[in-house]
Ligand binder design. Sequence first.
Ligand SMILES: *Cc1c(COP(=O)(O)O)cnc(C)c1O
Length: 437
Amino acid sequence: MRDWMRSVPTMIVRGKGPYLFDIHGKKYLDGNSSIWTNIHGHRHPHLDRALQKQIRKLAHCSSLGLANEPASILARELIDRTPKSLKKVFYSDDGSTAIEAALKMVHQAHVHRKEKRGAFLGLEDGYHGDTIGAMSVGGSRGFHGVYKELMFRTEKVPAPYCYRCPYNRAKPQRADARTYAKCNLECVSLLEKKFKKARRPFAGAVIEPLIQGAAGMIAHPKGYLKRFAALCRAHGVPLIADEVMTGFGRTGTLFACEQEKVSPDLMCLAKGLTGGYMPLAATLTSQKIFDAFLGDYAERKTFFHGHSYSGNPLGCAVAMASLETFDREKTLKRVSRRGAELETMLQAFWENPHVGDVRRVGLVAGVELVRDWKTRKAYDWKERVGGRVCEEAKKWGVLTRPIGNVIVIMPPLCVTKEQLQMICDVLRKSVRRVCGG
Ligand SMILES: *Cc1c(COP(=O)(O)O)cnc(C)c1O
């Protein structure tokens, strides 16, 4: 807080496409999509219009005992576009609340069915939000260590983090660690063991499919998600896919689960749901979970969870416009082209000996900075290397935030090849200025 109090904040006043403008008129490329929320760019005409149209009808009404038009239309659309297992939509406000609702729903469904269950299972270093339940199933020691007395007990397995995996016997190379790892997929055997050893089936299992965002852009080895899902299925454990970051085209498909043909029992959506316009979240569930709540008034099977702004009509209207934009602009096709271009651009990072790993899924990439690539020796966190690189990049007109010493590249999906090149060039220059090399 002392650093913040001493600093002069950058006051953002305006946006256009992938750009943000500060109060002095300085232009920045929004290299992390305003913390992973923005999808089609700022001030997109179709999204702007949808909001204007809706606000002339209704800004908000409660979802307690009422339906509203945009929320119902959007729910139908979400069910049509997500894996077939998902049949019902529950609205809240943010990623954390989408997770919170999923955990409570799964727990309560077990209670209603009189099933005795164990704890929830999650990945070490997982990040699912900052509320108590989301923190509990996450494993972010850095962010959440101080709150550990407040959290409930969960089970954890190591994240499949090839670059720093203790079972990876390969010497570091100048390539994405997933491509040259030497191991027996111990991440999967540990997971199998965890399921087998559990005295009771887990209450549920939470995973960010394909790539863990706030854990440091940990891209999983191919097939991990599919095996995780298969184990859940075999043991009757509800699978909760946290697609808060990976959803809405970031990984190349509309949802990351599609890439390994996984049909989760619950899916949490937020961040990109409204194209980055409004806070809105959704927890999607299977018919089976939904049915566990069907009862007469006296049975007390109500899901006692509701937020004042659940199903906000403005948020739902703009979310619908964002989904339409995927069709109108063939956004996913462009992401696939841009992703391939980004892959080529990322190669230039290897020239710097302080780059230890570069990993990309779709239009999401992480560049892990290290003191020495030959030993994978990390920088001390107190050196704040990632933060300093991003401060340098800001001077050159590129905004992004690091996760520790991992630099995040996650532009809005409307980014052009030239803009993407500029993001990479500025970040490479900034790494050189801060780390040398
Ligand atoms: C950001 C994030 C959350 C939390 O979402 P908020 O809207 O910030 O509460 C949960 N899960 C993942 C994977 C996220 O990236």
